[in-house]
Write a protein that binds this ligand. Structure first.
Ligand code: AKG
Length: 279
């Protein structure tokens, strides 16, 4: 290949890349790619690091999932082996629930094949149970906790999707957040400030929501579990950790028989960690 044709190819590639970048920028700015997150939710997620989507599941749907997780907790032997652990059994169809995917396609990657589910567990707390344990927040170079905003869109790493199966009352035990701390400049993750982390510092935000609601947050936002104080019901919440296919935070613990029995459209969330470009 002579120098002139090499130069021509180089210019061609560069202009292709520039056109793609401009297209992405326009699409991202007008919310034309990714999920169908409303502009309201998109801005709130970016601003605070979390959003609450109330009553995504109806009463009957909540009952089915609650029955499953309580059986998994109290009487696992009564279930076939592949339904004894999350995300198996009736829960599986929630892996790619449209309300979840609308957000993940916007904040992790617009290509569903680049989104993984790392783990899922039940958080069950009776009144008085739980602990105050602030973590995350501030800048990080660790890609699994990444939170970036570039070319008109969010690029998040680990993103928690929480299904609240019982009612949550504000400041009575739901997950707490310091809104905006995923973009804080001071490193409150490695250099925590006691007066900021105190539960009564006035900087923590919680939420109330009916059963079947979704809380979705960037693992980069400073957050904490809390002591459950709701006198009416225990906390029953399913915590799912989604991430970009390029990184993994958790050691894999989901039994292979659980994954083997999922529908193929759900199995793809448990692919190995690598870039699908190499398929
Ligand atoms: O238990 C909670 O409400 C919060 C859990 C938590 O800290 C986490 O997901 O990293």
């Amino acid at each position: 290949m002579n120098n002139l044709s090499q130069l021509r190819d180089k210019i061609k590639n560069k202009s292709k890349k520039a056109a793609l970048k401009a297209t992405n920028l326009i699409q991202n700015s007008f919310g034309l790619s990714g999920g169908n997150m409303t502009q309201h939710d998109r801005v709130v997620f970016d601003l605070k690091g979390y959003i609450v989507i109330p009553a995504v599941l109806n009463k009957d749907e909540v009952k089915v999932i609650k029955d499953l997780v309580l059986r998994q907790k109290n009487d696992p032997e009564s279930l076939p082996p592949h339904e004894r652990y999350l995300p198996g059994g009736a829960f599986a169809k929630l892996i790619d629930h449209p309300a979840v995917m609308n957000v993940l396609l916007d904040v992790i990657d617009p290509d569903v094949n680049k989104i993984r589910l790392e783990n899922a567990f039940l958080s069950y707390r009776e009144k008085g149970e739980g602990e105050w344990n602030p973590h995350a927040g501030g800048p990080t170079t660790n890609p699994n906790y990444a939170y970036n905003f570039q070319d008109g869109r969010i690029y998040a790493g680990m993103t928690r999707v929480v299904w609240e199966l019982n009612e949550v009352l504000e400041d009575k035990g739901g997950t707490c957040f310091i809104p905006g701390s995923h973009k804080a400049n001071y490193n409150i993750r490695t250099n925590p400030v006691t007066t900021i982390d105190a539960r009564d510092s006035g900087l923590w935000e919680s939420y109330s929501c009916p059963p079947g609601s979704l809380i979705i947050f960037s693992e980069a936002v400073r957050h904490s579990g809390d002591i459950w104080q709701n006198p009416h019901n225990p906390r029953a919440a399913i915590f799912c950790a989604y991430n970009h296919i390029n990184v993994r935070h958790h050691k894999p613990t989901i039994p292979p028989e659980v994954i083997a029995n999922l529908d193929p459209k759900h199995q793809r969330f448990f692919r190995e960690v690598y870039h699908p470009l190499f398929d």
